[in-house]
Design a protein around this ligand. Structure first.
Ligand SMILES: *Cc1c(COP(=O)(O)O)cnc(C)c1O
Length: 396
């Protein structure tokens, strides 16, 4: 195979060289600790302040509402655990509302709060596209609700949620609303005022910045109990010396994303639509997963009947195409992903999920060669899957 084609931008993206250039001086030259009083510290603090101001400008909030964290997962943990513990202390609320299609950074966090901290989790119904309807939230919310966490856009199936409508319902009931916006940041408006959100998680490696740095937006007046104790950094919410080069990289990656968002969307949407249209036409027993319209512009996801998704992604990789089945964290797990089960796919469909996600370096020619190769690879996988299944049943 001559060329390797990356079609997994929802898993991660390469660092934009312009972002890397901004980061580099802060490793070696301007390496100070922003908490130090001397001029090394002042220089680092100035970089931190500037990065915070840039992020705040783009989210249309105050710099004091931005908390830098070590990743999107940590932002979700801080938001959910921090808000739940505080809501219980302040008003005895002990119920968390969320969905089965959230990233594990959310589902595992609420499951831990349920198992070890005595919270009650109410799993909100979703429709067959993986969307949470506002009326479902309105029916479930009550005075026991500590917070609601519903993702902006789904990483596995691309579906967008009506987050600003959900935010209105939460606001009217005075319940905090958190959204995991990791996938949405690259493609959708992020102004927290118009979205009406209280807590929002961002992660830099989904939009051409480095891995290992995130942001939690915390609306002014929102109380959180910090889950990492130590120094007073980040307004006491996230102890530990700030990672200045990565934070500088975060701000620059977000700035570029904000500037180039429309161009990225108009480049990717037609490519995505070509993938969806061609796959549904040319691969037998295929269906689109997630919403046909309300979805990420770079995201195509499918289920194929009688196909093992892991085998499929391995054969695709051998042919030069990097895609994923379910979420990257679940590779090697023979169960259908929780998301596939939650949207109601039967196991003979749910195991055969394929996610194809495009990004800045995707070209029309790459899409053509993928689409030319896929039908045959699905066919081969289907035969292999059938052989494995009948082999198992013969052996008893
Ligand atoms: C990638 C991702 C995460 C995890 O972010 P990390 O920065 O890798 O910890 C959480 N939620 C969603 C929706 C994601 O896509």
């Amino acid at each position: 195979m001559s060329e390797k084609i990356y079609l997994d931008y929802a898993a991660t993206t390469p660092v934009d060289p312009r972002v890397l250039d901004m980061m580099l001086p802060y490793f070696t030259q301007d390496f100070g600790n922003p908490s130090s009083v001397h001029r090394y510290g002042q220089k680092a603090e100035a970089a931190l302040d500037e990065a915070r101001a840039t992020v705040a400008r783009i989210l249309n909030c105050k710099p004091s509402e931005i908390v830098f964290t070590s990743c999107g997962t940590e932002s979700n943990n801080l938001a959910i655990r921090g808000a739940a513990l505080d809501a219980r202390e302040q008003r005895g609320a002990n119920q968390i509302l969320t969905t089965r299609v959230e990233h594990t950074a959310v589902t595992k966090t609420v499951e831990q709060l349920e198992k070890y901290y005595g919270f009650q989790v109410k799993w909100l119904d979703i429709d067959e596209t993986g969307m949470v309807l506002p009326k479902t939230v309105a029916a479930a919310i009550d005075e026991k609700t500590a917070l609601i966490s519903v993702m902006y856009a789904n990483n596995e199936i691309g579906t967008l949620n009506p987050v600003s409508e959900i935010a209105k319902i939460c606001g009217a009931k005075n319940v905090l609303f958190h959204t995991d916006a990791l996938q949405a940041t690259g493609y959708f408006p992020m102004e927290v005022e118009s979205l009406g959100i209280d807590l929002m998680s961002l992660g830099c490696h989904k939009f051409y910045g480095p891995k290992g740095v995130g942001v939690l937006y915390v609306r002014e007046g929102t109380q959180l109990i910090s889950h990492q104790t130590g120094g007073g950094q980040e307004d006491g919410l996230r102890a530990g010396t700030q990672n200045i080069p990565y934070i500088v990289g975060f701000a620059e990656a977000l700035r570029l994303t904000d500037m180039e968002r429309e161009a990225r969307v108009s480049h990717l949407r037609p490519l995505r639509d070509r993938i969806i249209g061609t796959v549904l036409k040319e691969v037998p027993d295929a269906q689109l997963t997630g919403h046909p319209v309300e979805r990420l512009p770079n995201h195509a996801s499918f289920a194929f009947k009688g196909v093992d998704g892991n085998t499929l992604t391995q054969l695709l990789d051998a042919a030069g195409f990097a895609c994923s089945s379910g979420s990257a964290c679940k590779t090697g797990n023979p169960e259908p992903s929780g998301v596939m089960t939650a949207i109601g796919l039967k196991p003979d469909w749910g195991l055969g999920s394929l996610r194809v996600t495009l990004g800045a370096h995707s070209t029309s020619m790459q899409v053509d060669s993928f689409l030319a190769a896929l039908p045959d690879i699905v066919d081969r996988t289907r035969n292999l899957t059938r052989d494995t299944l009948s082999g198992t049943s013969k052996r008893g």
